[in-house]
Design a protein around this ligand. Structure first.
Ligand SMILES: [Zn+2]
Length: 241
């Protein structure tokens, strides 16, 4: 509902790790937001799709075109689960030759320039879903996208310095398999990163003040917890280990 009514923007987030630029989960409005924020799709080295749901993948084709000059200069990489490419594919056939495609598998490791990338575990969500850990100059950054809580989740991300985590619900609705605030707090407490950024809020979270929730979890865990806002930037270098 938050995406459909654009109560928050849904273009995903742009990582600049050392000199590597990665766009995560380009949902509806991603291309428009990039231009509004002065970010150039041509600077992207990779697009990362955590899963095929439309709030994460809507703009993947148009951003692929934008980063490859309409396909005339094929370049860059696209990482996505295998179900993004078959039956009702979210990555259209005609854009596939424009970009180097990697199907994500659990445990897979790769590099882009000097940034080391690993997909530590498969999430539990209605479609194939993967988070990621980046090892770069300023530390280790983990991203936990949509998932329901399961005990192995926190362990898979142990040792990271920075965490970005999707928190959709205050109370669990078993049908849509998302983390609620209490479960997110538990994951943050177990991982103990230096900084945790919560994002991807559903209506319940927006109505419960994400900032207040972040403060409560900070006090409970001792971790610096931040509630993301539209257009927010965060400098990893200022918070490095
Ligand atoms: Zn989802």
């Amino acid at each position: 509902m938050v995406v459909l009514n654009q109560l928050r923007k849904s273009g995903g987030f742009w990582l600049k790790l050392d000199d590597v630029n990665i766009l995560h989960d380009p949902g509806p409005g991603s291309l428009v937001m990039m231009h509004q924020l002065g970010l150039r799709p041509r600077d992207l080295d990779a697009i990362m799709l955590s899963h095929r749901h439309i709030d994460h993948s809507n703009d993947v084709n148009v951003v692929t075109e934008a980063m490859t000059g309409g396909g005339f200069t094929p370049r860059g990489r696209l990482f996505a689960p295998s179900d993004c490419f078959v039956n009702d594919p979210v990555v259209l056939q005609y854009v596939r030759p424009f970009i180097n495609i990697t199907e994500i598998k659990k445990g897979m490791e790769t590099m882009i320039k000097y940034v080391w990338i690993r997909f530590p575990i498969e999430n539990q969500h209605p479609v194939e879903t993967y988070g990621v850990i980046y090892n770069f100059r300023s530390g280790r950054l983990g991203f936990i996208p949509d998932t329901e809580y399961f005990p192995e989740l926190a362990h898979a991300y142990s040792g990271i310095d920075f965490l970005i985590i999707n928190v959709v619900r205050m109370k669990t609705d078993k049908r849509i398999r998302h983390l609620n605030m209490e479960e997110a707090a538990l994951v943050i407490e177990k991982i103990k990163p230096k900084v945790a950024i919560m994002t991807h809020f559903g209506l319940q979270v927006l109505n419960s003040s994400p900032e207040r929730q972040a403060k409560i979890i900070s006090q409970k865990t001792g971790v610096d917890v931040i509630a993301a806002q539209d257009g927010m930037t965060f400098d990893f270098d200022k918070r490095k280990k």
